[in-house]
Design a protein around this ligand. Structure first.
Ligand SMILES: O=C(O)CCC(=O)C(=O)O
Length: 231
């Protein structure tokens, strides 16, 4: 199902039409960019699914963490000021339903990538002034501190962001190396590749969640691994 490219498989999206037919709905491919490979998909989640994800996560949110380049642990960091809740795959009946029937299968079909290669969904909330400063989602293979994380499922080859809300001002996802910014829109998804087609890391994938200036931004993040992911 996946695309063999160079030494590893990477997620692959059919970009030959404006619409992409998924098992349970048809979505619109609004724009694409390369390099790095970036795609904006409209109508990926229904408003009801967005609201359900927010309400299932909001009561459990805590300060967001990042994988530390210093020791590889998951730790709070000044660069990421949102709140978030990370679901284990299968953590709640809603998440199980989502995994078995809807969102997870939709992601797998969109990107031709098996559900078991995905980390659990992370739901994030950014209030006014909160942000995620420029960073990479891939693990730098030259940094020995990331080896434990790479060992859990290989490289993070791609990222799918799903906007669960509109944002009145600010809060875009910005790619500073390619001068691209995507405005959040409830139900829309943004995919970007963290690796090149040969599987090596993609420095152009540097990205940031810009500070929210007005309103609240809710987002769900799905990180896709090269191999089956075990938390
Ligand atoms: O908030 C955003 O738009 C970006 C989020 C992000 O970079 C991440 O979750 O890895």
């Amino acid at each position: 199902m996946s695309q063999q490219s160079g030494t590893i498989n990477i997620p692959y999206m059919d970009m030959s039409h404006n619409s992409i037919v998924l098992p349970d709905k048809t979505v619109r491919l609004a724009s694409t960019f390369y390099p790095p490979f970036v795609a904006v998909i409209e109508g990926f989640l229904s408003h009801k699914e967005c609201d359900q994800l927010i309400s299932s996560a909001e009561g459990n949110m805590r300060d967001s963490r990042v994988v530390s380049p210093v020791d590889g642990t998951f730790a709070e960091h000044d660069a990421r000021t949102s709140k978030s809740h990370g679901f284990q795959r299968g953590a709640t009946p809603l998440i199980t339903t989502i995994e078995k029937t809807t969102i997870e299968n939709r992601i797998a079909a969109l990107l031709h990538w098996p559900v078991v290669h995905g980390e659990g969904l992370q739901v994030l909330k950014y209030g006014k002034g909160q942000e995620y400063r420029p960073h990479y989602d891939f693990f730098d293979p030259k940094n020995a501190n990331y080896q434990k994380n790479i060992g859990k499922g290989g490289q993070r080859v791609g990222t799918l962001l799903m906007y669960l809300s509109d944002v009145e001002a600010g809060g875009g996802t910005n790619f500073p190396k390619i001068n691209l910014e995507v405005r959040p829109k409830k139900g829309m998804a943004l995919y970007f590749a963290n690796t090149k087609f040969d599987g090596s890391i993609e420095p152009l994938s540097l990205h940031a969640g810009m500070p929210v200036n007005k309103g609240t931004k809710f987002l769900a993040t799905k990180w896709l691994r090269a191999n089956p992911y075990v938390s």
